[in-house]
Design a protein around this ligand. Structure first.
Ligand code: ZN
Length: 283
């Protein structure tokens, strides 16, 4: 099942993608894909009427897509989770998952512009597998128990300003949280349609040139490990988003480094999860 949210920013409606690719409006049945939706029986309710998409109205043709989940309570991000990416940044392979936070105000739609922040000269790209939490999770007893707490998967771009991240002291969050620094979607794909989240190819192009190629098989810590691990330290809440690290090929790792400029086009995709296309604009 593929869930989408469509409409103007801040006024998105919940929908789903029918087998023929058409976007169907579910707003008569559910309010939004938010914490209450996932914490309750929202996914089961959508499943009950998703079987008859002909009974649902079509979304307007060409409508804007928002992030496939309403603004999450938390966005957790895992750093340096692909050994080949850790290598390109010159960092050591982490012994445990590296956790940092992204401001939830950074979330935007999959084709919204990437906004280059004021004064930025080092805005960079990172294609990542996004994981949406389906049920609150705290002190999960095992990796296997994490499986029942995942609502689904989506494409994420962990847009990063390397100067803000690395040259202004303290933690990484300053360089990860600018407006529109987290395009999510186009859709949230439920686990029944993704038999193995550790066998997904990822890719990202800038202006038509392939920059990142990877597979989630190269993660140092896999999705179930990350969900179980984080739950030992904090409460993962339904609707929260975890982005799980990026494969090699970021601009910071190029020789010489390359960064995004207004007018650049960034396209990224993950097997089974669809693709994003964003144009860079001054923020
Ligand atoms: Zn990242």
């Amino acid at each position: 099942m593929k869930l989408v949210r469509f409409g103007a920013r801040g006024a998105e409606k919940p929908g789903l993608v029918a087998a023929d690719g058409r976007i169907k409006d579910c707003s008569a049945h559910v309010a939004d894909y938010d914490h209450a939706f996932f914490a309750g029986d929202g996914l089961e309710r959508v499943r009950s009427f998703a079987a008859r998409p002909d009974r649902l109205p079509d979304a307007p043709a060409g409508v804007r897509l928002g992030a496939p989940v309403a603004r999450p309570r938390n966005v957790f991000a895992i750093g340096l989770n692909y050994s080949d990416h850790a290598k390109e940044t010159g960092a050591a392979i982490p012994a445990e998952p590296i956790l940092f936070m992204k401001a939830t105000s950074a979330v935007c739609g999959p084709h919204d512009p990437i906004l280059i922040p004021r004064g930025s000269e080092k805005t960079d790209w990172e294609v990542e597998l996004g994981v949406v939490i389906g049920r609150d999770a705290h002190y999960l007893p095992s990796k296997e128990a994490a499986r029942g707490h995942i609502a689904g998967y989506c494409v994420a771009n962990d847009v990063s300003e390397r100067s803000f991240q690395l040259e202004h002291g303290g933690q990484w969050s300053k360089g990860k949280s600018s407006l529109n620094f987290l395009p999510l979607g186009p859709w949230l794909v439920t686990p029944d349609d993704i038999p193995d989240p550790q066998q997904l190819g990822l890719r990202l192009d800038v202006n038509g040139t392939r920059r990142q190629t990877g597979t989630t098989a190269s993660m140092i810590f896999d999705v179930l490990h990350i969900v179980h691990y984080l739950s030992q330290f904090l409460v993962l809440e339904a609707g929260d988003v975890i982005i799980t690290g990026t494969p090699p090929g970021v601009g910071m790792g190029m020789k010489p480094p390359q960064f995004l400029r207004a007018g650049d086009v960034v396209e990224l995709a993950i097997d089974g999860l669809g693709s994003q296309r964003s144009v860079c604009e001054p923020g």
